[in-house]
Design a protein around this ligand. Structure first.
Ligand code: CS2
Length: 489
């Protein structure tokens, strides 16, 4: 057995590819906030390929964890010198494992904020990338404005060297860079939010404006926030993944990552302080990423929710199990074809019907056990971005919202009932789950939450369809039967 670390790199079995570059001399041009599975299967994978070129040694990654919960990733990566295994599982059964070395360093800012601030303010830091989740941008769903009410935000509004939020950290680091006469880093959002760079700009600048006008002005002039579309399905790591590495390759890895083979990154070519030659590793650099983002959010991410929410009511454990169920598969495709696609703009170089076929194949990958629990997690932050905007647009255009409204009805019932049709309790992971549960006594109270549902909460056509399905669920009708009815309409 080999415990993964820099000392053991030379002794790994031959079939496992490992970094061919000297990790000791790589500079940390990237600081990444939010090192989860997705960052490790996506950006860190691209950068690992880039570093393999050996000409790009400015572009290693320093991870930063802001939350108390980042202790586990801090400890695992520190023990393994930033190394971890990426297990790629293809639909045809092929499994490949590779050691990724691009995360050179990790700082647990929750415990050592000054260390993180120094790193962010360091001249070697050129890009600060973010995967802080849809909810991490701290805006009101209905107004889109920055929410100053959170106690940690209030704490950070008082300039200090022990910030708690990403806004406090990046504003303090910008203040230090401004004072030192350094260029600004780029703030590169890699989250699933439409116009993620624009949203990041608005949120960071709103915070800075309230905290310190001089930093605000400096960031306004110097900090660039490119939009991006990122894609790779990355399920939650399981014990089976850890055991797979032990059994197949004799490698002990505390926290490997599993993903599908598909990968995509479309990025706007706008940077404050340089960028690596992303194009060499297959990143598409474009002037306007918006049509790609919209396509991905409204087809892939929404498609996931259209499977996952009724899937958890029925008791399908994973997305591939949903796809094996012909009714689920058909409803998802109908949603994509008839409710989502009409709201999309032309996407340069992409044939939408092939894209949707490829999504069906990816969702159906039965080597990837992507749980409905992961898909439904934080739905209160995801659905407004993935689904409600599509519904609102269809309402405006007087187009059908049947499937969209059905999914919202299922979401109500998911809270109301709390159990699937097999009688098992549904595990709900959502920062607002208490509030949503409290509002789920009736479909009317659930939907009355305008800060979440925006215009949908008062739209007659939407309410009629939503209530129709919610009442059928309340009457004990089965979710699959309702889906069949919906498909017949
Ligand atoms: C998923 C995404 O969280 C979700 O609901 O749709 O995590 C999805 O797997 C990724 O965006 C794929 O790139």
């Amino acid at each position: 057995m080999i415990s993964l670390s820099k000392e053991s790199l030379d002794n790994l079995p031959q079939e496992v590819k490992s970094p061919n570059y000297n990790r000791e001399t790589i500079k940390q041009g990237f600081v990444h906030i939010g090192v989860g599975g997705f960052h490790r299967s996506h950006q860190a994978y691209y950068i690992n390929n880039l570093l393999s070129d050996r000409e790009n040694d400015e572009w290693g990654i320093c991870g930063i964890g802001l939350r108390k919960d980042d202790q586990k990733i801090f400890e695992s990566l520190t023990e393994q010198n930033g190394l971890y295994s990426l297990i790629t599982r293809s639909p045809n059964g092929l499994i490949e494992s590779e050691i990724i070395g691009s995360i050179i360093n990790f700082i647990w800012a929750y415990k050592t904020p000054e260390k993180a601030l120094k790193k962010l303010a360091d001249v070697a830091t050129k890009i600060v990338s973010l995967t802080i989740t849809e909810g991490g941008y701290n805006f009101h769903s209905d107004t889109g404005e920055f929410d100053f009410s959170h106690p940690d935000v209030q704490h950070d509004l008082n300039k200090n060297n022990t910030p708690k939020t990403v806004f406090g950290f990046l504003t303090e680091a910008s203040r230090r860079r401004m004072k030192a006469g350094l260029p600004s880093f780029t703030i590169m959002s890699c989250d699933n939010i439409q116009h993620n760079g624009d949203v990041a700009r608005k949120m960071f600048l709103s915070f800075a404006e309230k905290q310190d006008l001089s930093v605000y002005k400096w960031m306004l002039e110097n900090t660039v926030f490119p939009n991006s579309m990122v894609d790779r399905i990355t399920p939650v790591t399981t014990d089976e993944d850890i055991n797979y590495l032990i059994k197949t390759h004799t490698i002990i890895d505390k926290w490997p990552v599993t993903c599908e083979p598909f990968i995509q990154w479309v990025l706007e070519d706008e940077f404050s302080f340089g960028r690596p030659p992303f194009e060499r590793v297959g990143v598409q650099l474009v002037d306007d990423v918006k049509p790609y983002e919209k396509m991905k959010l409204r087809l892939l991410n929404a498609g996931h929710s259209v499977l996952g929410i009724p899937g958890s009511l029925h008791g399908h454990p994973t997305i591939d199990a949903c796809m094996e169920d012909p009714i689920f598969r058909k409803l998802m495709r109908h949603f994509m074809d008839f409710e989502a696609t009409p709201t999309l703009d032309p996407v340069p170089g992409i044939d939408l019907s092939k894209y949707k076929d490829s999504l069906e194949e990816r969702f159906g990958n039965n080597n990837i056990k992507d749980t409905v629990e992961r898909i439904c997690s934080e739905s209160s932050a995801k659905l407004p971005k993935f689904l409600f905007e599509t519904i609102a647009e269809n309402l405006k255009q007087e187009q059908s919202v049947s499937i969209g409204a059905f999914i919202v009805a299922c979401w109500f019932y998911y809270y109301h009932q709390g159990r699937n049709e097999k009688g098992e309790s549904i595990i709900i992971i959502d920062q607002f789950s208490h509030r949503l549960k409290a509002k789920s006594s009736s479909p009317e109270t659930f939907i009355s939450n305008t800060s979440l549902f925006g215009a949908l909460a008062t739209n007659e056509k939407f309410l009629k369809t939503y209530l129709h399905w919610a009442k059928k669920l309340l009457a004990g009708e089965r979710v699959r039967d309702l889906m069949s009815n919906l498909l017949k309409r």
